[in-house]
Design a protein around this ligand. Structure first.
Ligand SMILES: [Zn+2]
Length: 69
């Protein structure tokens, strides 16, 4: 598992990864981000390319979240 830092706003460790689709229809490209389940603070969105595996998505989103703090 990836270590996620607690939310910088409320200190909660209840964090979830979300996926969004980008404007590029049909390519499978999308973005991922971490969102606090308590205060709904969001981490930076990270663009994910086609064919990247889920573990890479999690690592990218977690890195963006941890580096923001
Ligand atoms: Zn929070």
């Amino acid at each position: 598992m990836i270590d996620l830092k607690p939310c910088p706003f409320c200190g909660s460790a209840i964090l979830k990864i979300y996926k969004t689709r980008t404007a590029s229809r049909g390519t499978g490209a999308h973005s991922v981000y971490i969102k606090c389940q308590k205060c709904h603070a969001r981490g930076p969105k990270v663009a994910i390319g086609i064919g990247d595996d889920p573990e890479k998505e999690l690592t990218a989103a977690a890195g963006a979240w941890n580096n923001r703090i």
